[in-house]
Design a protein around this ligand. Structure first.
Ligand code: B12
Length: 315
């Protein structure tokens, strides 16, 4: 965890940029300044305010406390009390449950292309700025399905054409993985909700779709354990007998990773609670006939369909 104190105090952003990067309207920021003396921006000769990276983190921390149910005066008081005790709270992860508050200037495709350019040129700061901007303009599904996924698709195509290195592809997917993991951690875990284990079939390393699904289902209130890539079936069944989940969801892109799943529901049926097996992924999208041969529930061709099907199965 990084403390807010570690962010620069250098004044460099206009109120418009501060607003884009926090999702708080300029008029609200000014009101907080007036009423609560929250920030102390530098003034330019023309009286424009300039804010720092630290200011961005302070506003984010405050809005996070508001999301958790505090009033603005209590959130500011809590912040002040911590500061009076010499404590700087921790900064929040780059992306937090976005609630779009600003009208997008461009369609998602534009930001997807910008992100592609930033990541394939190893411009991490630029990529973070784009992610900050889109979180105040689009909801999570739009960000996942219309910004991240097409960007990753283009990365795969560019790699296939030999235009970018394998390492560059790894760099881009690691960046997205990091954001998704932060998001997953940012959502609360409800201990009484149905439990779902989510991960990838054996020898399957494409885990980003499973991770996106984990974030979206945790946001819906399910208890999600994300187990990552390459899960051996027998070990996973033993794990499930300890955890007693309501459902196990696996993603597979290739035949060799999908095959071991064909008799997995039978193995799950032998453990207490008989968790349901849900499956999906590129292999099942491209080989429709195999869906019928699998025991378990085909959750759909898209993650959106999967969410609806999980509701139908577990609610
Ligand atoms: C990132 C990436 C990787 C990373 C993954 C990193 C990570 N932590 O996940 C790494 C480097 C590990 C990797 C490895 C490989 N990759 Co790769 N990779 C990609 C890339 C660029 C993006 C994949 C991605 O995350 N997309 C975003 C997600 C959201 O989309 P998705 O996975 O397609 O899933 C969608 C659907 O399938 C579905 N879905 C997926 N899972 C589930 C689950 C459920 C339950 C449901 C309902 C739906 C669902 O919903 C999603 C949204 O529509 C793609 C490019 C592409 N065109 O997709 C290539 C690609 C998939 N990889 C490819 C290849 C060839 C490989 C390797 C064989 C390369 C190699 N020689 O080593 C290995 C295989 C590794 C393995 N055994 O799994 C090829 C596959 C070609 C093919 N048809 O067989 C692609 C298409 C690249 C290309 N253009 O050729 N790769």
């Amino acid at each position: 965890m990084v403390s807010i104190a570690e962010f620069s105090k250098e004044p460099k952003y206009t109120i418009k940029v501060l607003s884009e990067r926090t999702g708080v309207q300029p008029v609200t920021i000014r009101a907080w300044e007036r009423r609560y003396d929250l920030l102390d921006p530098e003034r330019l000769d023309n009286n424009y305010r300039l804010y720092s990276d630290r200011d961005i983190q302070i506003i984010r921390w405050i809005t996070h406390r508001l999301d958790e149910g505090l009033t603005i005066s209590n959130a500011v008081r809590e912040f002040r009390d911590l500061r009076d005790d010499g404590i700087w709270p921790n900064a929040l992860p780059t992306v937090l449950a976005p609630e779009p508050t600003i009208n997008p200037k461009h369609p998602p495709k534009y930001y997807s292309e910008q992100l592609f350019t930033a990541l394939t040129n190893r411009q991490e700061e630029k990529a973070k700025e784009i992610v900050d901007a889109i979180q105040s303009m689009f909801d999570l599904k739009t960000i996942f399905f219309e910004v991240f996924s097409p960007m990753l698709y283009e990365v795969g195509e560019a790699w296939y054409r030999g235009e970018i290195r394998i390492a560059t592809e790894h760099y881009a997917s690691a960046f997205i993985r990091g954001l998704l993991m932060n998001l997953l951690k940012a959502f609360p875990i409800y201990s009484t909700a149905p439990t779902i284990l989510i991960g990838c079939a054996p020898e399957e390393f494409h885990e980003l779709a499973a991770l996106m699904l984990s974030v979206l289902l945790r946001r819906e209130g399910y208890q999600i354990e994300f187990l990552g890539a390459d899960l051996p079936v027998d070990d996973l069944v033993l794990y499930a007998s300890d955890v007693a989940p309501d459902m196990v969801i696996l993603s597979a892109s290739f035949e060799h990773s999908a095959r071991p799943l064909f008799n997995m529901q039978a193995k799950l049926n032998k453990i207490p609670g008989k968790p349901k097996l849900g499956f999906g992924g590129r292999y099942f999208n491209e080989n429709k006939a195999t869906r019928e041969q699998m025991q378990g529930i085909f959750l759909g061709e898209s993650l959106d369909e999967a969410i609806q099907n999980v509701h139908d199965q577990l609610d």
